[in-house]
Design a protein around this ligand. Structure first.
Ligand code: BES
Ligand code: MN
Ligand code: ZN
Length: 493
């Protein structure tokens, strides 16, 4: 059983719980509301700090056990910074959760009394608590050493009412990130295309309009590219359209499109066995789009948005697409399938064309765990950003920095585009090792039809990332906070 977490707010005075947490800045004694709580210990600050080698640096802690067993934890808040980025508060929340978890106390009071502790900062801190606390342990049998069942954290802040609003607003985005993590972590035997579509349909409860297109409908639309990937699997493809109508009726929507390969064996061009289990995460793009729709609907974002995800399983079998096969995409372009492991671009080709054709969006952003080559280029630190529109790219780069889900822009050009020409068809789906991420992006660009567009290659950031202050999970839910930030900063009324 997973631990539950409740976050409440209260006034700064009167904090009292089995565990109380206060902060002290670098080289300083606890101040404000924290000073009152420290004074109640009867201890001398310089003496206690000296004995605990506590200097107030970020990450440092001074753990005091009081006379009746009540605990006081003093955490370092580092050097006070006027221009500390908001996401430093998210990290602080994450680090705080880890410290609290280590004490194994279930009822905790946190006192926050600092200049920078605006309601938005408290919202980030609460987000960090939830993001760090997340575990995907539903398939693990309970053990005695597991975390206690219910954690209740009260944040004692200057303006509890304003903090509550900020926590709820930022919390909507956390809901979306955690949904994306759950989807990526889920194994493919449990989450096939049909099951994924059913999970997306649950967003109907939040007011998202859902359409699920089955293979017959996709056939009628002419989606020969997407459908050929699903041919080797017993589990049929789905295309899910999620529509959030929070803006003015008639306003062109923003569009987000996700690669949802629930498992990528490589197909007939089969992958080696090492780490193939990671390919349960090859639907990370679709998970991010679904998480984003959850976030936007939960916080009732005043904007029209459409999310489109292409869900397939890439398997080898007697009915699978083969190298050399030629398929026709919905746009009319013919594609020679050189390598059945370059399947993500085949799925997105039809999903992108369909999205721009039907919705005439303001822009189209797709997310995909598209190429191993982007991991070679950028590791797990940045996702690759490809775009035909400088303004959109600039906004995405800024949103990535603010949300701490960073992007790095990569090139597109006519020379790379020429590389995807085919001997037998209009284009081919695989070119070879040089510029592997770029030629994949050029392939996608053939299906966006001049709409402002960006492609995020999240192969290195959607799963298998190292742990951070805000994530202890294999899948961090990359993309949700970034795109929610983009929408908030640039596209809401
Ligand atoms: N899903 C993979 C890309 C991937 C690899 C994501 C590792 C995450 C971790 C994609 O479908 C793929 O197999 N791409 C091939 C393309 C090649 C055959 C042109 C690749 O990157 O090797
Ligand atoms: Mn593949
Ligand atoms: Zn793939």
């Amino acid at each position: 059983m997973s631990q539950t977490l409740q976050i409440r707010t209260a006034a700064q005075s009167g904090a009292s719980a089995p565990l109380t947490v206060i902060y002290a800045a670098e080289g300083e004694a606890p101040a404000g509301a924290a000073a009152t709580i420290w004074a109640a210990t009867g201890l001398d600050w310089p003496q206690a700090a000296g004995a605990g080698a506590f200097k107030g640096r970020q990450g440092q802690a001074l753990d005091i056990i009081g006379q009746h067993g009540a605990r006081l934890l003093v955490l370092g808040s580092g050097k006070p910074q006027d221009d500390a980025p908001l996401n430093s508060w998210t990290d602080r929340g994450g680090s705080l959760l880890a410290k609290i978890a280590a004490t194994r106390v279930e009822t905790v009071s946190i006192v926050i009394d600092e200049d920078g502790a605006t309601p938005a900062a408290i919202g980030e801190l609460a987000a960090g608590l939830r993001l760090r606390q997340y575990r995907f342990d539903k398939y693990k049998s309970a053990r005695a050493e597991d975390a206690p069942g219910n954690l209740v954290i009260t944040l004692h802040v200057a303006d509890p009412a304003a903090a509550d609003l900020a926590i709820a607003d930022r919390g909507a985005t956390v809901d979306g990130t955690l949904l994306a993590r759950d989807l990526v972590n889920e194994p493919a035997n449990v989450l096939g295309p049909v099951e994924f579509a059913a999970r997306a349909a649950e967003l109907g409860k939040l007011g998202v309009e859902i359409e699920i297109l089955e293979p017959e409908a996709l056939e009628k639309l002419g989606m020969g590219s997407l459908l050929c990937v699903a041919k080797g699997s017993d589990r049929p493809a789905r295309l899910v359209v999620m529509h959030w109508k929070g803006g003015k009726p008639g306003d062109a929507p923003l569009a987000f499109v996700g690669k949802g390969v629930v498992f990528d064996t490589g197909g007939i061009s089969i992958k080696p066995a090492a780490s193939m289990e990671d390919m349960k995460g090859d639907m990370g793009g679709a998970a991010a789009v679904t998480g984003l729709m959850c976030a936007l609907a939960t916080r009732k974002a005043p904007v029209n948005v459409v999310g489109v995800i292409g869900l397939v399983e890439n398997m080898p079998s007697g009915t699978a697409v083969r190298p050399g096969d030629i398929v026709k995409a919905m746009s009319g372009i013919t594609i020679e399938v050189i390598n059945t492991d370059a399947e993500g671009r085949l799925v997105l080709a039809d999903a992108l064309w369909y999205t721009q054709d039907r919705f005439k969006p303001k822009f189209m952003i797709n997310l995909a765990t598209l190429t191993g080559a982007i991991i070679v280029a950028l590791g797990h630190e940045h996702a690759g950003l490809f775009s035909n529109n400088d303004e959109l790219a600039t906004r995405l780069l800024a949103a990535g920095l603010n949300a701490n889900e960073k992007l790095w822009r990569m090139p597109l050009s006519a020379v790379y585009d020429k590389m995807i020409e085919s001997k037998f068809a209009d284009i081919r789906n695989s070119v070879g090792r040089p510029a592997g991420s770029i030629t994949a992006a050029q392939f996608l660009q053939r299906f966006v039809n001049d709409v402002p567009w960006a492609h995020l290659d999240i192969a290195g950031t959607a799963f298998g990332v190292s742990a951070s202050e805000v994530n202890a999970s294999w899948a961090p839910g990359f993309g949700v906070a970034l795109l929610d930030r983009l929408v908030r900063d640039s596209y809401q009324g």
